[in-house]
Write a protein that binds this ligand. Structure first.
Ligand code: R5P
Length: 296
């Protein structure tokens, strides 16, 4: 039977995935030596078996090496295939050389992962200037949309919603969710001045009065985008928006900031966080069930 291994911090999602996919939970010991280096051991036979490693890759730099060690070990022990299930796939935002001399880390990271894995499964990758993961990954990638999950939640929980994307990049997600949720949508304009410094502007939204705004974005990191967008809506007399995000990266206490202006924050479990209310386990397990090599 196929085996699914959890990197530290990923046990809950890996257990849900094992249950949903019928893959057997694999047993491995992964810990840090006192000097910060990683120790990795696999405790069962993997020879000839399909294997998957579940590893969300928020704050990837401290997780990457141990992940590679486990992948290489599985291969060395004879695993037939090694799939990476990365509910959050990082290094997609630096997808261009915006300023002279910058590393295009989206490409480098994709090359590194493609070297180690037979397939990469994720959800809602932040694709902007790269149109698909296939442009930068040389192994099959599978990335189901979370739009049906979001749309189902909105339909069940929010009366008369108005879906709002905080910037033009979010239009790809918000438009899909809006169409599935049978709700109107619009996108605001954003100018980024720095990592945590953005301006968001909104046109006159008077015609939408009476609706409950739902802000939809793929990533909340510093929270600057979500907070600024929520403020623009509140300034126009709307009730505090529901803030829906896939990846709760949260570099600072974003939840408290949003709560301070009356907003509720809801995320999926791609990155463990108290705001997780929606699970991507079913989406990921459906992809895992496909034979390796059958992307889509
Ligand atoms: C845009 O690139 C993304 O869709 C998000 O809007 C952005 O990553 C959010 O970042 P932050 O929370 O730091 O404003």
């Amino acid at each position: 039977m196929s085996l699914i291994f959890a990197m530290p911090g990923n046990a809950a999602l890996a257990a849900k995935l094992a249950k949903a996919s019928g893959w057997e939970p694999g047993s491995a010991a992964i810990r840090r030596f006192p000097d910060g280096e990683s120790y990795v051991r696999v405790d069962e036979g993997v020879s000839g078996r399909d294997t998957a490693i579940v590893c969300t890759l928020a704050r990837p730099d401290s997780r990457f090496l141990r992940l590679v060690f486990l992948a290489r070990l599985l291969r060395e022990l004879g695993a037939r295939t090694v799939t990476l299930v990365a509910p959050y796939l990082p290094y997609l935002r630096q997808d261009s050389r915006f300023n002279e001399g910058e590393a295009v880390s989206s490409v480098y990271f994709a090359q590194l992962l493609s070297r180690e894995f037979d397939r990469v499964v994720t959800v809602a990758p932040h694709l902007h200037r790269h149109r698909s993961l296939g442009e930068i990954y040389s192994v099959p990638t599978e990335a189901p949309s979370v739009a049906p999950l979001f749309a189902g939640w909105i339909e069940a929980q929010v009366a008369d919603p108005l879906l709002v994307g905080p910037d033009s990049e979010s239009e790809q997600w918000v438009s899909e969710v809006a169409s599935l949720a049978h709700a109107p949508y619009l996108v605001l304009s954003k100018r980024r001045h720095g990592d945590e410094d953005v301006d968001v502007s909104a046109p006159d939204l008077g015609r939408w009065k009476g609706r409950r705004p739902v802000l939809v974005d793929d990533i909340v990191s510093s929270g600057a985008t979500m907070v600024a967008a929520a403020r623009r809506l509140i300034e126009q007399g709307f009730p505090p928006p529901v803030c829906l995000t896939v990846h709760a990266l949260f570099g600072r206490p974003v939840e408290a900031l949003l709560r301070g202006i009356g907003c509720e924050l809801i995320s999926t479990d791609t990155i463990p966080h108290p705001s997780n209310r929606l699970s991507v386990a079913a989406l990921l397990s459906a992809q895992l069930a496909k034979p390796v090599g059958m992307a889509g």
